[in-house]
Structures are given as C-alpha cells and as structure tokens.
Write a protein that binds this ligand. Sequence first.
Ligand code: 4NP
Length: 152
Amino acid sequence: MIKVCFVCLGNICRSPMAELVFKDLAEKEGLSDKFEITSCGTSSCEAGSAIYPPIKRTLDSHRISGSHIARKITKTDLEDSDYILAMDGENIYELKCMSGGKYSDKMYKLCSFTDKPRDVADPWYTRDFERAYCDVFDGCRAFLEYLKREAL
Ligand code: 4NP
C-alpha cells in the first residue's frame, strides 16, 4: 500500500482537487487498491470547510466526483505518508519548518514529476480554476506514471 498525502495551504482548493483527480486516475487504471490517498493543509485557516465551490464546479465539469473536509496536516500524516506532494514551494517550506527537516526525502512538489516542473498556481489568488485543474491533472498523471515505473 502506497500512502500519498497531497498538501496545499488551506486544503479547500488545490490539494483536495489533487486528491480527487489522483483517485480518479488510479481507479481508471484499476490501481485503487494499491493506494491510500488523502489531502491536508499546512494551515488550519479553512479546517472543517468543504471544497471551495468554484473548485467543485471545475471538478464536476471534468466528471470527477467526491468530497473532502479541510484539515490541517498532522504528525501522523508526516510520519506515515510515503509521498507528501505539495502544490508549491511555500508549502514545502512550511512542511520542512513544521517537521524540522525530518521527512524531506519524501516531500516533492506535485509538478516536479512533469516535463515542466512548476508550482500549481494558487487559484484562490489567480481565480483561474481551470489552469489549476490542468496543472494538478498534469502532475497527478506524471506522478502515477512515475510510480508505475518505479514503485508498483
Ligand atoms: P488552497 O487555497 O491552499 O489551494 O486550498 C487557499 C485557500 C484559502 C486561503 C488561501 C489559499 N486563505 O487564505 O484562506
């Protein structure tokens, strides 16, 4: 079982989107039983909130279903996850601060697995939800291909 934890700041936009997109890709490849997939935020600012409605609408438009309630990352997430996949460099910085650098070897930016390593721009500020979806989809697909080559 490969434990994957997607991380952003608030856990209402990018990381729950990545969680649901990755679950969908894994299911379509018949690989759901190989994974334990979750998401969380580096902050508790949105803890308890549902997925941000414009993100939910974007997922719906791509026929990706599911729900998530925002939560802040815990020590257990850091300890137990095999892959901690952050959306941007600031997320990685926060993760390293809270873990004292301990789990750096399993922290990656999601889009570092793609041909064009980049941050997933925060749609909370850009308001470009489709662009966030494209980055997240690209990152999830590249990450799954990486696992199929290296770990599955
Ligand atoms: P996320 O987006 O980190 O992709 O979930 C944000 C959500 C909430 C806030 C910032 C970013 N906020 O400042 O409340």
